[in-house]
Write a protein that binds this ligand. Structure first.
Ligand code: GMT
Length: 380
């Protein structure tokens, strides 16, 4: 329990559907509930921000389009807004989630302010800011600079910590602070939700939720489903954080249209998490995979590719089934095992729930961020 003076914290994140923004919104909510004053800064209100939380504010960044610019610039207006908010509300900390361009804007904001009014900058790496952009020579030097200039860096898994040292050659220490999830009660009952989706009592509901970016390998997921016999046994729900349209052609050609339900941009996911029997994830890389944790919190086990930080979140054969990446046959075998063996599915689900509650709950993770803020402020 943090008993010291509450802090004033600015959080900069992406507002759209994606793990980094979801985690940042959850963290802001928890920190505000613990008495800190939280200021979110982004181009839109983050979609999962709790509207009724006290001590939580949102400051939009306005972007003008100037004729001279072929491409609109976000980094500079963001840095100016961060500096304004930091000065007006006397922020102690700016916490940047996802390095590009948030860490750069935060460093610029800090340097723009008069000394004595400068917040410390903490940067949390979430995944593709290292694993994708960190490999791009057009980005890497700028990311490395922003990380080295941050007062502290965190990564959401040990995998991501090591990849950041390896790919970006960052010399500074990186602390691992895993993600957390605090499930809210589902507003509707399990049966009502399954009815809405057209899932019969004797059918299993397989759930995939993501922003559907190419790294999620929706092609592998659909090909795996197409290999399963007796499709009457299950329904598949995709909670899509982006448009599913590009995959409709593949769905039709694999004859999966009757087995698949898609819902785009769902804000309250708990309804669907509680209704699912198993999760399905086929990413080529994942620094953590918050969605696996979200399902685990409801006692739902997943079949997933064994990549990146996923083995830190769930353990193969104990709280999930992990299979090689890019291999739809292996994915299909994993799903088949869990469709056929109710006892195994229940056992893995219960172990996943226990692990989520013990290791990845707000009570375990949020104090780690609070302690880091205090440590860095004391060092300053
Ligand atoms: O989509 C986002 O907002 C960020 C995204 C990414 O591509 O970096 O997700 C990452 O952050 C999540 C929250 O920390 C992790 O659960 C995801 O595993 C991670 N995605 C990847 O590494 C591909």
């Amino acid at each position: 329990m943090d008993t010291e003076k509450p802090l004033r914290i600015g959080i900069v994140c992406y507002p759209s559907v994606g793990g980094s923004g979801i985690l940042a919104s959850g963290l802001g909510d928890e920190l505000a509930a613990r008495g800190h004053e939280i200021h979110f800064i982004s181009y839109e209100r983050p979609f999962r921000l709790n509207p009724s939380q006290e001590r939580m504010y949102f400051h939009p960044v306005e972007i003008n389009s100037y004729e001279l610019f072929k491409y609109p610039d976000y980094t500079l207006p963001l840095s100016v807004k961060l500096a304004e908010v930091a000065q007006s509300f006397e922020l102690d900390v700016i916490h940047a989630h996802y390095a590009v361009p948030h860490a750069t804007a935060a460093i610029l904001a800090r340097e723009m302010l008069p000394s004595g009014h400068r917040p410390v900058v903490i940067t949390t790496l979430h995944g593709t800011d290292t694993t994708l952009l960190g490999r791009d020579p057009g980005y890497a030097p700028a990311i490395r600079f922003a990380l080295e200039a941050s007062d502290a860096i965190t990564a959401v898994s040990e995998f991501l910590r090591q990849e950041t040292h390896r790919l970006l050659g960052v010399a500074k220490d990186i602390s691992v602070v895993h993600n957390f999830f605090d499930p809210r009660p589902a507003p509707r009952g399990r049966e009502a939700v399954r009815q809405e989706l057209g899932v019969r009592e004797d059918q299993k509901l397989i759930l995939h939720l993501s922003n559907l970016r190419p790294i999620k390998r929706i092609d592998v997921l659909l090909n795996a489903l197409a290999q399963l016999e007796n499709r009457e046994r299950f329904k598949v729900l995709v909670l899509a954080g982006g448009t599913f349209t590009p995959y409709q052609g593949l769905v039709s050609s694999l004859n999966l249209s009757d087995s698949l339900v898609v819902r785009e941009s769902v804000a309250v996911i708990e309804d669907y998490l509680q209704a699912a029997d198993l999760g399905l994830f086929t990413s080529d890389s994942e620094s953590f995979c918050l969605s696996i944790l979200e399902l685990a919190s409801f006692g739902c086990p997943s079949v997933s590719t064994q990549v990146g930080g996923i083995p830190e979140v769930v353990q193969d054969n104990q709280s999930a089934l992990l299979v090689p990446a890019g291999n739809s046959e292996a994915v299909a075998l994993g799903i088949e095992r869990l469709l056929q063996d109710d006892a195994l599915r229940m056992r893995l689900g219960e172990a996943a729930r226990k692990r989520a509650l013990e290791l990845f709950c707000p009570g375990m993770i949020v104090p780690q961020y609070e302690a880091l803020y205090r440590q860095v402020l004391a060092r300053r």
